[in-house]
Design a protein around this ligand. Structure first.
Ligand SMILES: C[S@@+](CC[C@H](N)C(=O)[O-])C[C@H]1O[C@@H](n2cnc3c(N)ncnc32)[C@H](O)[C@@H]1O
Length: 255
């Protein structure tokens, strides 16, 4: 078995993590990069719990439109509860976007492309639904960038290697500039969006990630439930000495 099943339990874990100030700040960076204007039409691919979509609906206003697609019914249900009628959600994946050519002024997708087996195919779909001159903003993590202090480095290595199985490509960002150009995008700009947590606190990205990792890795890479629980407890027990850093990369391109 591989991949992360965005069922009810996992979707709720993701939702809780995305309420932390770290991820709230990431969304602010994404919205600044998108620079939406009132009246624009924007698509969020892999809209997840729908926080970004709701924020974008305030920016485009009543004359604009925000559409979200996601293949996971649990995510769509959580997102629909959050947005009322402010966002149009459809169950679909990036492989086949259910909108006509040139529908959108902007397309955004955060923490989704690293899950996709066919990134060139998805980029071609994005280009198709984006109007000529429209903007694309992508955010993905390079999991080689992780720095996580641990009382047991060998166990942490095994756990994080197992966690990479939840993705199609744990090192996608370094390939995206070339992939965007190959897909026909221009003016590609790249910046880094760091996550940094010094000192353990439940209201941080790393504390949420700890829960997601612990739930996912049991039975993978030979990791038992007891080892996963011990690993999580070890990370928490560092308290003020907890140190976590991870880089996400943000790409802006013109279609
Ligand atoms: C880590 S979550 C990110 C959610 C959201 N973009 C955010 O940043 O708040 C990954 C999301 O990608 C969705 N996803 C997985 N496979 C997908 C695909 N093939 N096409 C579009 N979305 C997909 C999942 O259902 C999940 O909602």
């Amino acid at each position: 078995m591989s991949g992360l099943d965005f069922d009810e339990e996992t979707s709720r874990r993701v939702e809780a993590t995305y309420l932390t100030p770290d991820v709230v700040w990431q969304r602010k960076v994404v919205r600044e990069a998108l620079a939406l204007r009132p009246g624009e039409r924007v698509l969020d691919i892999g809209s997840g719990p729908g926080f970004l979509a709701v924020e974008m609906s305030d920016e485009v206003g009543p004359d604009g439109a925000v559409c979200g697609i996601d293949p996971a019914p649990s995510m769509l249900a959580i997102a629909a509860d959050r947005s009322g009628h402010a966002v149009e959600y459809r169950q679909a994946g990036a492989e086949r976007i259910p909108y006509r050519d040139g529908t959108f002024d902007a397309v955004v997708s955060t923490q989704v492309f690293e899950y996709l087996p066919d990134v060139p195919g998805a980029l071609a779909e994005v280009r198709r639904v984006l109007r000529s001159g429209g903007r694309l903003v992508l955010v993905d993590t390079d999991w080689d960038s992780i720095v996580w202090r641990s009382p047991d480095d060998a166990l942490t290595d095994r756990v994080l290697t197992a966690f990479e199985q939840h993705l199609a490509d744990a090192r996608l960002p370094r390939k995206l500039p070339a992939a965007l150009v190959a897909a026909g995008f221009r003016d590609v700009r790249t910046s880094v969006v760091p996550m940094l947590n010094v000192g353990y606190s439940p209201a941080t990205y790393s504390a949420g990630l700890l829960e997601l990792v612990t739930a996912f890795v049991v039975g993978r890479n030979g990791i038992t439930a007891a080892e996963a629980a011990a690993w999580a407890e070890g990370q928490r027990s560092l308290g003020a000495d907890h140190f976590f850093s991870l880089n996400r990369y943000l790409f802006v391109a013109t279609g």
